[in-house]
Design a protein around this ligand. Structure first.
Ligand SMILES: [Zn+2]
Length: 218
């Protein structure tokens, strides 16, 4: 597992901008927008219920994946994790999903597509990123603490399979009271990718072989 190196975020760099109602198939969330001035990136928070009352908050810290979140890609589990997290928050009536604009584990959409090409030639997801000159995971979670601070969130029940993400939260002073597993959408197209995440990136998923196109919630 890579060491966790979270740079402190300059509070002046992240600005809270506005909010609006966001009805979804599962609940009516409030969508909040932030802008990160140094990069020009717009980051989002979907909030449901009273998350500032001190009790641990069911939360997902989701990094943008255009192909998975929007274009229904089955190469990864991002879209199913996004949907599953929102459904769980809706079922509990309280929680937050942070949507961070760091596409392709931080390498961007075009480089992610280049990495997919390399994977089609036989590399795994970690080797492909390294062949392009990137670390296996370039994501940073430094924005999470100031975003949660905006809402008075004190601790998380974090939906993740990624121990690096939990370590990053703890290092930023965001306590993780509980890890909530989020195992969804293992299929014949992404099983190699998910196994690589488990074996090389330390994700807490059993490397298994999928036999159906999708076995859904596990
Ligand atoms: Zn994805």
């Amino acid at each position: 597992m890579q060491p966790v190196a979270e740079l402190p975020v300059d509070p002046a760099d992240l600005e809270y901008v506005t909010s609006c109602a966001l009805p979804t198939p599962w609940a009516e969330f409030t969508l909040h927008a932030f802008i990160e001035h140094s990069t020009g990136k717009e980051h989002l928070a979907m909030v449901l219920g009273d998350i500032g009352n001190g009790a641990p908050v069911l939360a997902r810290v989701h990094s943008e994946c255009l192909t998975g979140d929007v274009l229904f890609s089955q190469r990864c589990d991002c879209g199913a994790q996004l949907e599953g997290a929102l459904q769980r928050i809706a079922a509990e009536g309280r929680g937050v999903l942070l949507y961070l604009r760091q596409e392709g584990r931080g390498i961007g959409l075009l480089n992610k597509m280049r990495a997919y090409r390399l994977q089609e030639a036989g590399a795994d997801t970690v080797q492909a990123n390294e062949q392009l000159g990137f670390k296996p995971d370039q994501r940073s979670y430094g924005l999470v603490a100031p975003m949660l601070h905006q809402f008075g969130v004190q601790s998380l029940r974090l939906m993740t399979n990624n121990p690096r993400k939990i370590a990053a939260m703890e290092k930023m002073g965001v306590p993780v009271a509980e890890r909530v597993p989020l195992l969804v959408n293992r299929n014949v197209f992404n099983q190699h990718y998910l196994n690589t995440k488990a074996l090389k990136l330390g994700h807490m998923m059993s490397p298994v072989v999928a036999t159906a196109t999708s076995d859904g919630e596990q």
